[in-house]
Write a protein that binds this ligand. Structure first.
Ligand code: ADP
Ligand code: MG
Length: 639
């Protein structure tokens, strides 16, 4: 009811950061670079930008604030535009990949760190910004880490430029030292005690344990909302479903009144309107239960949480040498993350955190803090970007924590395979063009091969469809019906061509929304694909690359896919079983593939990516002719 009864300006004045507003502005005035440390929810992300704006930092440029997560950039921009009583996209806007909600009057721009990183390609000194806030620096995302090195140079070149680094954890020293010992400002905390309860024994099924714990709290616990930390979308959706089923069972099995439970998921791919719901208050007498990924750890602050259920796991992108690529994998979280998660229960009053792991695991098995992304992922995009910024020797770049040399060399090898780098590691023409697209190197290459093989129109559609979440809609309890609907779109020799087919049929039906619904397709996903397509088309236009059409014979499209994805070529080993031609990794046809169970198993395929679930599966597969592979990548065929 705090949010109901207090005006926005009262809420703003009630935040811990408000009490140090003047001191903060003074530190920023007197220093070119500062580090600001403050607990999650103290007001760093929503208030600092406004203070700087009120103080006049937008006279000679705009204020930029980076976020490692898209959801945070969007949600915070929306909140700040409400606080400033302007339309989103007017004074306050946001930019994420393929989505720019800023305008000519935007003075506070929230964006992902990746967006700012790409802006340095066009404007190395970031002239349009008077000040940049690198928010959530403790997350140590790959793009933030690269920005550290780049912004350090901007700071040296532009005396009129200011940089603020903010963090929710006490690792300010490291950031301060990187910039030569700059001041660290602490926002005084205001948190309540959180009681920690550990599992007595290691837990076998943390999803089930979390569901049970949430139900126990709901039935026996004092009022207060619940926040559950899980690892990803599927798990979260399944948990929300299970919770609502348990609630129904409970209601129909007892005569006692059962209090309402409002169950809300939050993860990065959740549509924005559903994301916004987590901030709404539950109706009187109801309890809110938010089921989240680690997005709710520090990037989004939800008020009213009294109970945290921490499963102890999270997903991380990690380079998997066996698969030869990055894969999202479930890992135990670090102690620093566990402490952040627990802290979420103590923002509104004294709370409780249930850790579904043992005290021993916390004390002796968990890492002190997470391994920075730059040390565990593929650096293909980063290498391409730094090479375009004329950084010759990447081993000399000013990294806060340098990536392992093997990572750099491996990424360079992959770029060399794609033809982006030459034998001595210099950027080739193709690489120079590839970096213009906000895409992974292989997808950018696919587009450019579409130009060469004269089917750019078709390939553009495929690349756009691959840049959005799956457009196939498979509602629970209508699985058979939706599978049948999907099969109608199948092009038997290719999942890529199936995507192309879906898009072209949608187009032939005037891009209609009801047509999507009738065919079990996600309307929003297809609109997004159309939007991505038009943005990529704009880039192609600026590069003066004309759109070419191949017509109804799509073999050339398959050949084009083969030419950009031959590093992901696989050969048949058994029914539905393939091995990667290069590294012999087993990779299986997924049951949802168009190639599956159609009595058609080609000897050679290429795939978009491998995913690791119960085993390694190929995601998005296309049958290819062996002689295409022989033409394109003979070095792999020492079979
Ligand atoms: P920090 O960045 O220090 O973690 P924020 O600036 O994100 O803190 O949040 C400060 C406060 O703003 C939160 O405690 C919350 O009350 C409010 N807030 C932030 N985002 C939203 C939102 N989308 N809807 C409602 N309130 C919000
Ligand atoms: Mg924040």
């Amino acid at each position: 009811d705090f949010t109901k009864s207090k005006t926005i300006s009262q809420q703003r004045q009630n935040l811990p950061i408000f009490s140090v507003r003047d001191e903060l502005l003074q530190v920023v005035r007197e220093n070119q670079v500062v580090v600001i440390i403050g607990e999650t929810g103290s007001g760093k992300t929503t208030q600092l930008t406004q203070y700087l704006y009120e103080y006049g930092y937008t006279v000679n440029g705009i204020i930029g604030c980076t976020q490692p997560r898209r959801v945070a950039a969007m949600s915070v921009a929306k909140r700040v535009s409400e606080e400033m009583e302007t339309e989103l996209g007017d004074k306050v806007g946001y930019a994420i990949r393929f989505e720019d909600a800023t305008g000519p009057s935007t003075v506070i721009k929230y964006m992902t760190d990746g967006v700012l990183l790409r802006e340095t390609l066009k404007d190395p000194d970031l002239e349009k910004y008077s000040i940049i806030l690198m928010d959530e620096a403790h997350e140590r995302s790959l793009d933030t880490d690269v920005l550290f090195g780049i912004l350090k140079k901007v700071v040296a070149r532009r005396r009129d430029f200011k940089l603020i680094v903010t963090s929710a954890t006490l690792n300010g020293e490291k950031f301060s030292n990187f910039f030569g010992g700059i001041p660290i400002f602490h926002i005084p905390g205001r948190t309540f005690r959180v009681q920690i309860c550990y599992s007595k024994t290691p837990c076998e099924d943390y999803v089930e344990a979390a569901i049970k714990q949430a139900m126990t709290i709901h039935i026996t616990g004092a009022p207060g909302d619940i926040l559950i930390f899980l690892t990803g979308q599927d798990e979260i959706e399944a948990t929300c479903y299970a919770l609502s089923e348990r609630m129904e069972q409970l209601i129909s099995s007892t005569k006692q009144p059962v209090p309402k439970l409002l169950i809300l998921p939050i993860y990065s791919q959740l549509p924005a309107d559903l994301q916004a719901k987590i901030f709404q208050k539950a109706e009187d007498g109801a309890r809110k239960c938010i089921v989240a990924t680690n997005i709710a750890e520090t990037s989004l602050t939800i008020d009213g949480i009294f109970y945290v259920i921490d499963t102890g796991y999270g997903k991380m992108k990690v380079y998997n040498p066996r698969m030869g690529m990055d894969a999202l994998q479930v890992f135990p979280i670090s102690r620093a993350s566990a402490d952040q998660r627990a802290g979420r229960a103590g923002r509104t009053g004294p709370g409780t955190c249930y850790r579904l792991y043992t005290k021993n695991a916390y004390e002796n098995e968990m890492l002190q803090s997470p391994v920075p992304e730059i040390q565990r992922t593929n650096l293909g995009n980063v290498v391409l970007l730094l090479k375009s910024l004329k950084i010759q020797n990447l081993l000399d770049f000013d990294f806060m924590d340098p990536p392992p040399q093997d990572n750099i060399l491996n990424s360079m090898y992959q770029l060399w395979l794609l033809g982006a780098l030459n034998d001595v590691g210099d950027l080739m023409d193709l690489g120079r063009k590839m970096v213009k697209f906000p895409l992974d190197p292989a997808l950018a290459k696919l587009l450019l091969m579409g130009e060469q093989l004269e089917c750019l129109n078709e390939v553009l559609t495929i690349v756009s469809m691959l840049s959005v979440p799956s457009v196939f809609f498979r509602p629970k309890d209508r699985e058979a019906e939706s599978d049948a609907a999907r099969e109608k779109f199948f092009v038997p020799e290719s999942d890529h061509l199936t995507l192309l087919n879906v898009y072209q049929q949608w187009k032939a039906n005037e891009y209609r929304g009801d047509w999507c619904t009738d065919h079990f397709l996600q309307v929003k996903g297809l609109y997004k694909a159309r939007e991505v397509r038009s943005q990529l088309l704009d880039i192609l236009k600026t590069l003066k690359i004309p759109l070419t059409y191949c017509g109804p014979d799509w073999d050339v499209v398959r050949k084009t896919i083969c030419s950009a994805y031959f590093h992901n070529a696989a050969m048949l080993k058994g029914i539905g079983e393939y091995v990667n031609c290069r590294n012999r990794m087993p990779c299986n046809l997924h049951p949802t593939s168009a190639l599956y169970g159609l009595g058609y198993t080609p000897d050679y395929v290429v795939y978009h990516e491998a995913i690791l679930t119960t085993k390694e599966y190929m995601q998005c597969v296309t049958a290819v002719e062996p002689h295409w592979l022989a033409e394109l990548g003979p070095m792999f065929f020492s079979v």
